[in-house]
Design a protein around this ligand. Structure first.
Ligand SMILES: NC(=O)c1ccc[n+]([C@@H]2O[C@H](COP(=O)([O-])OP(=O)(O)OC[C@H]3O[C@@H](n4cnc5c(N)ncnc54)[C@H](O)[C@@H]3O)[C@@H](O)[C@H]2O)c1
Length: 452
């Protein structure tokens, strides 16, 4: 047994994962970067997509896959193949593609590994993954290994091992793996990002993001997410879905771009919401009555960044709560908070009250200026889904680097398993792995370029 894992010459970042949370607390970012430097890899930071009009395949054509497909078609994307374990769902997606005036796509429906046959084709450039969470990593890795760029749905991947696996595969293959974090492309999020870049909020200090969404009915549905998402609550206790709130805050703060998540502490309330809901809504003999839920109803996590900033991240989907992502960012010159959007800048008024952001329209993001009308028509969370898809296609079509890359996907995904580790250890601080191998310090480009 190794008494000092950091002293071992053969210690690698994978070994870091295997040693788990206890040593994670002890491992310094420098040690991780040094361990990582011993392994051959090339960085994917700033790597441009191969310039082309991508031929796209979609894996998972349920609620989300179908919605994204609508955005893709609205942006004139060329969708050549779709895959789902339910043939009717793949066929419905194919019908959408034909209705949009494109050739009938090939459908792959022969079981949970049918995507492999699809991804062995050499006429696919970009793969959209909108399947249940456990499938994101295997499907993304298979896609990259078969020469395709891939965009995975949130919450990205679910374990630290998977975080490293997507990073290593992306670096080894030179293919991108990005997370489809649509909230980063929201109207308010992109406007505030530009205000921050213009120095309006001063030096940033703290932020808060959340996913507060009453999903109880959906979790107990006999269709869609009810078929798989409730099961996560029987296996894990932590923040299971962090990136909708965290992604925009990470972008405001320039995480992976001069700062990075350093450590996390996390705590959960007891679980009561799902028990009570099923007691009131399911019949007594329903087999779901015997499930045991372990995910606390409200998880609250605190992240400290390397530069000393703090971020609060909250998650509840099992209690009555109006929809809210909080989306708060504060600095030396002011604070913005969403739901509803409001801002307070130093010296703004004498009675310390919030004001509307309407007078800051000059900071509207060029993506929204240019595509806002189309986004609102195409729909998807107020238009941000269209903006995200439009921007992804723009990056590939113009041969640009993606706004957010595999390092962002790994860092944002890692919050879920690290919060679980902290909760299980009495809210102990858990250090984040540095998925960039130390390059977060030197990279200073902005996520979602403010000039398009
Ligand atoms: N970004 C957002 O705003 C947002 C919104 C909703 C869902 N999501 C995410 O999208 C993903 C899908 O969620 P959803 O709501 O569409 O769920 P869903 O259950 O409606 O759809 C998932 C689909 O994947 C298919 N599937 C399952 N295993 C498969 C496999 N091995 N190969 C191919 N297909 C498979 C299912 O048959 C189903 O049609 C999840 O990761 C979810 O978290 C994101």
């Amino acid at each position: 047994m190794e008494s000092n894992p950091l002293g071992s010459g053969s210690w690698t970042r994978r070994r870091f994962v295997q040693l788990g949370a206890a040593t994670a607390v002890a491992a310094s970012p420098l040690a991780i970067a040094q361990a990582r430097a011993t392994e051959a890899h090339r960085s994917m930071i700033g790597v441009a997509f191969e310039k082309r009009d991508p031929r796209i395949a979609v894996i998972g054509t349920g609620g989300r896959g179908t919605s994204l497909l609508g955005n893709l078609l609205a942006a004139n994307a060329h969708v050549v193949a779709v895959c789902d374990i339910v043939p009717e769902k793949a066929q419905a997606a194919a019908a959408m593609i034909v209705k949009a005036g494109q050739k009938n796509p090939d459908t792959y429906t022969d079981g949970p590994h049918a995507f492999e046959q699809m991804l062995q084709r050499n006429d696919i450039d970009l793969v959209i993954v909108a399947t249940p969470w456990d499938w994101h990593a295997p499907q993304a890795i298979y896609a990259m290994k078969h020469g395709k760029d891939v965009a995975i749905e949130v919450p990205g991947v679910t374990t630290i091992e998977e975080c490293w696996n997507i990073v290593e595969t992306s670096e080894a293959t030179g293919k991108h793996c990005m997370m489809l974090e649509n909230c980063c492309y929201g109207y308010n999020e992109t406007l505030i990002l530009r205000m921050i870049h213009a120095g309006r909020l001063g030096e940033l200090l703290y932020g808060e993001g959340a996913y507060l969404h009453d999903l109880r009915e959906e979790l107990f549905s006999n269709a869609g997410e009810g078929l798989w998402r409730r099961a996560e609550h029987t296996k894990r206790d932590g923040n299971l879905y962090p990136s909708h709130g965290l992604g925009p805050v990470a972008n405001y703060m320039g995480i992976q771009r001069g700062d990075r998540f350093a450590h996390i502490v996390s705590m959960s309330t007891p679980q009561r919401g799902l028990d009570e809901y099923r007691k009131n809504h399911l019949k007594s003999g329903d087999p779901r009555q015997s499930e045991r839920y372990i995910a606390g109803d409200m998880n609250t996590s605190l992240i400290k960044t390397a530069n000393g900033l703090t971020i609060t991240v909250k998650h509840t989907v099992s209690t009555p709560h109006p929809y809210d992502r909080i989306n708060l960012i504060a600095g030396t010159k002011g604070i913005f908070q969403d739901y509803p959007p409001r801002i307070y800048l130093d010296g703004q008024n004498k009675d310390e009250t919030w004001e509307s952001i309407d007078k800051w329209k000059e900071y509207e993001h060029p993506l929204w200026k240019r595509e806002g009308e189309m986004a609102r028509q195409s729909g998807g969370h107020g238009g941000m889904d269209y903006i995200m898809i439009y921007r992804l296609l723009q990056c590939v079509r113009e041969g640009l680097a993606p706004d957010m890359d595999v390092y962002d996907a790994a860092a944002w995904s890692s919050v879920a398993p690290l919060s679980e580790m902290s909760v299980s250890q009495g809210s102990a601080p858990i250090k984040f792995p540095d998925f960039t191998g130390g390059q977060w310090c030197s990279r200073n480009t902005s996520p979602i370029a403010t000039q398009i």
